[in-house]
Structure formats: C-alpha cells, structure tokens
Design a protein around this ligand. Structure first.
Ligand code: SF4
Length: 444
C-alpha cells in the first residue's frame, strides 16, 4: 500500500509528519510522490492563517475528485484544523474525508489501517527528512492564550516530555548522523521536566529552570555539534537562559517573537510583556553574547492598530536591529478571544501596506547587517551541493554558499565570507592547514 503525505505549517507540523511517515513505514506502507497512485492521502494541516486553511480546502476538493474515480481511496485530515474544529463546521466543508483527527489521536489512523490503538504519538519513531539536522519536539500545546492564536484550541494545554525521553531521542538522532538538533515547543523556554517534583516557590536565582538543565545536558553529548531551539517566549526568558546561550554547542541565533512594538496592542494580544521589557531583554542578550543574530515574528494590522501604534512597532524594530523577521498580516481566526472581543477593522490594503513597510525595513536592516560578515569566517553546516555550489546555514541561521562537492554534505565547515546580500552570504571554505613542512638546517 502507498501513501501520499502533504504538510502545511510550522516546524512542529513537519516534525509531526515525520512521525506519521515513520508510523506508516513501520506498517509496511511506502511513501509515494503522487496522489494518483496512492491508497491513502493524508494532509497535516495548519490553522494559523485563513490562507493556510483555504489551501487545505482546495487540496481536499482535488482529492475527493480523485476518490470519485477510485472509491477505495482513503482521505485523512489531521493537524491543527481538526484540533480546533470543536463544532465540526470546518469538517462539514471538507467533502469525501474518511478520517479527521487531531495529531495526538493518531490511534484513529492506526485502527483504520487494522492496527492497535496507540499511546502517546510522540513516542512514534519519526522518518527523518534530513540526516544531519533533526527537529525534536519537547513540548506540545500552549497555556498562554494570546488572543489572536488558535494553538491552545488546536493543540490543547501545554504538555512537556520527560527530559530522559528527549535526551534518548537526541542520542538516537546523533547515532544516525545528526549534527544539529532543533528543540521544538510553542513556548519552548517554558519547558519543565514533568518527572521532576514542582519546585518550592519563590525560586532561588538560577534554580529550577529545567529548560536550562536540558540545554546543559544536551551540550554534554559527544557527536552533537549544534543545538538550537524555537520558539522562545520573551515573558519566560530568564537570566539563566541568557547565560545558557553561551553554552558551547548553542547556535549563534535566537528567535524571539515580539508581535508588536506597542504596549496597548501587546495588552490586547495578551502577550504579558511591554515593549520596554522586550527591548531590555534584547539588550541583555546582546550584552551577554554580542555577536548573536536575533530574529522575530510580527503581526501587522492587529485589531484597532492605529498608524501611531504601527509606527511604535517600526521604532522597536529599528531599536532591536533584528537580523530577520517574519511578518504576517493579521488574520482573524474563529474561536479566538480576539475574534470575540475585537473588530478586525484594519482594511486589507492597509495591512498589506504595513506588511510592506516592515518587509522593506527588514531587507534594509538585514542587508546592512550581512555586510559586516564580509571578511569574517562563519561556521556552516553544508546540507546541499549542486553543480559545484554548496549551501547551508551558518550558526547565525544565515544561508551561506560556497564552491564545493557533494562529499561536503553533512560537514560543518569554516567559510570565509567574501560578499553578502539580503538573503545569502557567499564565501570560500577555509581548509584546515596541512602540517607545516619540515625544514632541515644544512650544516656546512
Ligand atoms: S504563546 Fe501565544 S502565540 Fe505562541 S502558541 Fe501560545 S498562544 Fe499561540
């Protein structure tokens, strides 16, 4: 039997799809590159924006046409859409779907295929898409209820995996060739090892931060060269976590979503920090690790956002001097607190204009910052080589390109940067110096 799997959304969804593929492969199914010659079509959905859900509707419409010609075909929909669809309204618009389940109910798929019920889906062995770079989910769900966000509905309450289970999965990934591990969680730095007793409050400085303890443990593992985590939340970023950014295997990059630079908008979003607190945190991080690259997420045109409030975001962007940003136009999601409490009243064209301004600011800033890499050496994990050009991410998560051959794939290389634009640093590999030649002194 063959299956065809499509994934929308974030790294967490991609990692979940690796588990789905691992499970189906374990059952003896093979992955197909085409829907037409498959027996099971499965889509792992994203609900963060309306456009992502619209794409799922389009895809399932095409699949149901295929099913009309091939009635034995099974169509399965999982991920965020079934997770948030408490009243079944989304499902009623998806015709021809046989299985519709949130990812943590993977047992539905197993039973359909004649298998047993499943325990925690996170215990399923993933079929990795990259040998050298491995995503490991350490936490699912979220308890924060930012007013615009569907994640708490779609993925439920925050649930952390035991540290020993995570460390074990990392060790297996390293044995299989992983050089870089990316820890995933919705509020990754709020991770707490569920096997530990609850700490006595108030915490003493540096005590009881299981996320830092986990980073320290993983930093000790031989064979692991780079460690990375996403997405961190400013409200939980402790001094101990700032210090942990200096651990030897941490990448030289931090992703820290800000969403808005205006206090009133942050309050309406229920982000629970102010612009001043966010800016202070960035300053502290840069003091601790001056060369670190920092990226962020921003929402343009949230409910009631005035021009002045938007300009506060522009000003914060300039002050924080981000290396990269991912800006989204606000998309109202049914069932969220923002949809109930506020009007989505910034016109689409205005959202687009604000998005464009932030995009241009990002490109200008990134270009300027990238110029500073010229003449410097960055450490790059080569993950692709085509027609004599290799590429991979530097430790700052900047795409770097250099001349080389396929045998470099999976290696961490020093690359001296010779030119840079917004999206790419170009350079040449610095080869390790050969042993110095022996010099014999001739006696007369
Ligand atoms: S922290 Fe906020 S934005 Fe992030 S997943 Fe939780 S509710 Fe959504």
């Amino acid at each position: 039997m063959k299956y065809f799997l499509v994934t929308f959304g974030c790294q967490m969804n991609k990692n979940d799809s690796e588990r789905i593929a691992g499970f189906l492969n374990f059952l003896g199914m093979t992955r197909s590159a085409k829907a037409e010659n498959s027996d099971l079509l499965i889509v792992n959905t994203c609900s963060v924006r309306q456009s992502a859900e619209d794409r799922v509707h389009g895809l399932v419409r095409n699949w149901s046409q295929l099913k009309a010609k091939k009635p034995d075909l099974t169509i399965a929909v999982t991920g965020c859409m079934p997770g948030r669809d408490k009243d079944g309204k989304l499902k009623s618009r998806l015709k021809g779907v046989d299985l519709y389940f949130p990812i943590h109910e993977m047992g539905v798929l197993s039973r359909w295929l004649g298998g047993a019920d499943l325990g925690d889906y996170l215990e399923l062995a993933p079929a990795r898409t990259s040998r050298f770079q491995t995503f490991i989910t350490i936490q699912t769900g979220c308890d924060n209820y930012c007013t615009y966000c569907v994640v708490p509905q779609a993925r439920g309450r925050e649930k952390n995996r035991p540290a020993k289970e995570i460390i074990n999965e990392v060790k297996i990934a390293i044995e299989n060739g992983a050089k870089e591990i990316i820890l995933l969680g919705q509020v990754v730095n709020n991770y707490r090892d569920p096997d530990l007793p609850l700490p006595n409050l108030p915490l003493k400085k540096g005590e009881g931060d299981s996320f830092v303890d986990l980073l320290k443990e993983l930093n000790k593992l031989a064979g692991l060269e780079r460690l990375h985590f996403t997405a961190a939340d400013p409200r939980y970023f402790s001094d101990a976590q700032i210090e942990a950014l200096k651990l030897p295997k941490q990448v030289n990059y931090l992703h820290l979503p800000v969403q808005s630079g205006d206090n009133e908008i942050l309050r309406k979003m229920n982000r629970q920090y102010t612009r001043e607190q966010y800016i202070d945190l960035i300053k502290k991080i840069r003091q601790a690790k001056p060369s670190i690259a920092i990226g962020t997420d921003i929402i343009a045109g949230f409910c009631g956002e005035t021009e002045k409030q938007f300009q506060n975001t522009v000003a914060l962007y300039k002050e924080c001097d981000f290396d990269i940003s991912y800006t989204a136009m606000y998309s109202q999601r049914s069932g969220t607190a923002a949809a109930r409490a506020f009007k989505d009243d910034v016109p689409r064209l205005e959202k687009k204009r604000r998005w464009q301004i932030l995009q241009e600011l990002m490109e200008e800033t990134t270009y300027r910052k990238n110029q500073k890499y010229i003449g410097k050496t960055v450490s790059v994990l080569a993950d692709k080589c085509e027609a004599g050009i290799c590429s991979g991410n530097s430790s700052e998560m900047k795409l770097a390109q250099f001349a080389g051959a396929k045998n470099l794939i999976g290696k961490i290389l020093d690359v001296k940067i010779t030119s840079a634009d917004v999206w790419v640093l170009k350079g040449e590999i610095i080869l390790p110096l050969p042993n110095p030649p022996l010099i014999y002194e001739m006696s007369e």
